[in-house]
Design a protein around this ligand. Structure first.
Ligand code: AMP
Ligand code: MG
Length: 418
């Protein structure tokens, strides 16, 4: 099994730009899980660990793309309506067992093997047949309606590279080259906890001053969406000994530990102390809003990520910075989501030097293009801003003023929630 290098999250920069942080994470994080070979039928969403190279041509033979009549184009005299005698039949799974005689046509169906010597198929809708005489339409070029052997995949071709999460179409491809099993990375095992003496379990009656735990449910769902197997460690109070015990237990059987809260600079940071008891911890001060403090460390060899306690900051930092870490650890190669350009329907002023993430909703403008409007209340504790949004507007560091009609970068949740 691969191990992260010691202290792979060490970072002393006072303030990191989002791009610099993502670069560092890309360089330092590598897959930590072993591989396993599993049945193709259970492989959706899993991360491919070795390339798929085809040992065959797909399709394996020339075949017909339509229902109709197959013949040799050279047998047709040009100009006149062309007549051929129909002799023989080739259906999918039931090929003709002999070469047709010159000057004859073969009744053929989609996916059926092209009879020996035939190179062209006339669609049945374009043909007239009287008795056994076929009238072939004019203007059919040689090779029409014929699928060539190997036109999809050639023998020896690599159809899928390692490091991709298998999509339904990928499974289709693996099956079509005849493979029943694939080698994938084992699922990343992640332990999740919330911290805070004020944080309580939903369903419990709570005293004034306490809040319900929102983050753990978001984080577990986010991680499961990325294919991880999650252990729920529950809520841990602000107490160094308890946190220490929880983390020590978690590191034994997990590839990653994720917590929320308890790491704001300046607060009583029990998480920091607990982790430093048996590992290393680094506060990455990101030049972003919301969610500036992101905590990364190692509990022994096991990586640790602490997201901010404020739910919006927790989710934004997870989607933009933790998600790539999770995916890299799990074996994924390309972890950057697609960001799209849409039109801003609003004014906005911001500080330069930091990247800002607004929660926004998409609409289609009268111009037929996609427009975005931010949720009116953008506070880091306003969970509704996430609930009511379709994704994140990403405003670049250098921008200070945004005017309606400008292009802005938009990261749809649909891009990052799986
Ligand atoms: P902290 O990072 O622990 O200082 O928390 C920052 C803010 O987020 C405080 O208002 C906390 O009460 C709140 N918070 C912390 N953890 C959670 C949680 N699991 N769910 C909802 N809010 C939380
Ligand atoms: Mg706290």
């Amino acid at each position: 099994m691969t191990q992260l290098r010691d202290d792979c999250f060490a970072n002393d920069s006072p303030l990191l730009t989002a791009a610099a942080a993502l670069d560092l994470l890309r360089q330092r994080v590598q897959p930590v899980v072993r591989t396993e070979t599993i049945a193709l039928s259970g492989a959706a969403g899993r991360v491919l660990a070795s390339e798929i190279r085809s040992e065959r041509d797909v399709p394996a033979h020339d075949n017909s793309a339509v229902d109709g009549y197959a013949f040799r184009a050279d047998d047709l005299a040009s100009g006149e309506p062309n007549r051929l005698r129909v002799a023989g039949r080739s259906a999918a799974g039931h090929p003709l067992d002999h070469a047709p005689r010159p000057g004859t046509a073969v009744r053929i169906f989609t996916g059926a093997l092209m009879p020996e010597g035939c190179d062209t198929v006339a669609m049945q809708e374009d043909c007239t047949v009287k008795g056994d005489i076929l009238v072939v339409p004019d203007g059919l070029r040689q090779g029409a309606n014929r699928r060539r052997r190997g036109e999809d995949v050639r023998t020896g071709q690599i159809v899928l590279n390692p490091g991709r999460r298998l999509r339904p179409q990928d499974l289709g491809m693996i099956a079509s080259v005849g493979r029943a099993e694939v080698t994938v990375y084992q699922r990343l095992r992640v332990a999740v906890c919330s911290t805070g003496d004020e944080v309580s379990e939903p369903g419990d009656a709570i005293a004034p001053g306490r809040i319900y735990d929102a983050n753990r449910f978001m984080l577990i769902a986010l991680l499961e969406g990325l294919g991880a197997t999650v252990t729920d460690l529950g809520i841990v109070g602000d107490d160094r000994a308890t946190i220490r015990r929880t983390l020590d237990h978690a590191r034994a059987e997990h590839d990653l530990v994720v917590s929320s809260g308890g790491v704001s600079v300046g607060e009583e940071d029990h998480v920091r102390q607990a982790i430093e008891d048996f590992g290393s911890l680094h506060f990455w001060r990101l030049a972003i809003k919301p969610g500036r403090p992101l905590t990364l460390g190692q509990i022994g060899q096991v990586p640790f990520v602490g997201v901010p306690g404020n739910p919006v900051a927790a989710m934004v930092t997870f989607l933009r910075f933790v998600r790539p870490v999770v995916l890299r650890l799990a074996g994924v190669e390309d972890v950057e989501p697609q960001v799209f350009t849409v039109i801003a329907d609003f004014n906005h002023q911001k500080k330069s030097g930091r990247r800002e993430f607004l929660r926004g909703r998409l609409t289609t403008g009268r111009d037929g293009r996609r427009h975005v409007t931010p949720f009116p209340h953008q506070g880091a504790g306003i969970l509704r801003s996430l609930v009511e949004a379709d994704g994140l507007v990403e405003l670049p560091e250098e921008m200070t003023k945004l005017t309606p009609g400008s292009d802005v970068a938009f990261l749809p949740f649909s891009e990052v929630l799986a």
